[in-house]
Write a protein that binds this ligand. Sequence first.
Ligand code: GLV
Ligand code: MN
Ligand code: MN
Length: 416
Amino acid sequence: MTEKSHQYTRAKAIVQQIEQLAAITEQSGCVTRRYGSPAFVEGAHLVAQWMQEAGLQTRIDAIGNVRGRLVSLNPHAKTLVMASHIDTVVNAGKYDGPLGLLMGIDVAKQIGQSTILLPFHIEIIAFADEEGVRFHTTFLGSQVVTGAFNPQLLAKQDADGITLQQAMSVFGGTAADLPNEAIPANDWLGYFEMHIEQGPVLDNRNLPVAWVSDIAGQKRILVHLTGFAGHAGTVPMSMRQDALCAAAEMVVAIEKFALQQPNLVATVGTLQIPQSASNVIPGNVHFSIDLRSNEPDLLANAYQQLQQLCTHIAQSRNIACNWQLVQHTAPVAAHAPFTQLLQQAIAQAGFPDVSLVSGAGHDAVPVSQVAPIAMLFIRCYKGISHHPAESCNENDIAAALQVADNFLHLLIQQHT
Ligand code: GLV
Ligand code: MN
Ligand code: MN
């Protein structure tokens, strides 16, 4: 078998696994696997079985990360982590997370079956919660592995009032076990994550892969507007304090603002009108803002300007505006020397040297605090993601496997 057809066979097997994992879902007819749900636990056990079959020493840790190790005989060995996540958004695609994880397992399996003497350990991790859908906090699994987990998060409740501490008990561990799950800062060799691009650039440029230069920072904000509810038939238009009209003006102003900034995106993704009725003037409205940029100053200035904009709109309509920052993640740059090795691996595979900024968040963000990070993006169909139509072509997966094999061999050479 030629090297190319070997990679294509591996890519086909990975797509079969992706289909198997996607069939494990909270709701039939769509892919939803939120952290700690029965579907998540079943999916985690299937991934653990695949890791074992690939020859990795496998376990599920206290927060629910699935972890498989290929152990080096070198007594001074550090650990290279290759990882991605297996939780999903609601009505998700099949590839966001699982593709990078399953490719990592496959790449480690090839090394394990070869005669290569590993100078470092390889740990493959299926992170438990990257999307942050259930508890509105992202990166729970990777924060545990880096040792940055804040125990105050354990009291967070999901929509049914179940705390994170209760939810994590399905994995058999306790909160006291969490600090022991961290890889000590001195033991990290580096972190490599493969992921679908989730945007249209590679598709437009007809390229299978690119390396990631930066990951955008993000702020999540909750805005609570309080006006005055009233009778839809009797209160004259000029005498209303309609919280929804204020929200509508803010939503459009936020879009207009972001359209004028070349390197910023802003999204109002949720909006609720509690106790709404068609004949009641909305007195209360809540909405979320997701604000992202890879430029820290731009992100900070945009945050302030949007807060002023919303405050001004609220004042002009006699509406109270409560503005609450619920998450801040700073922009992160990939580690230059580590990423240069990835660029070399891409060149060896015969692909052009193209970099992308990731607008999506990744577990590489918290890991960048303790280890050099590198990320490889793989083209996805029309750039569609967080959508059931998310898809990835087997030839592109095969191309990415070639790059990942090259990267690992270069890293092994460097440390041998
Ligand atoms: C996760 O996919 C995010 O970027 O919000
Ligand atoms: Mn993802
Ligand atoms: Mn995602």
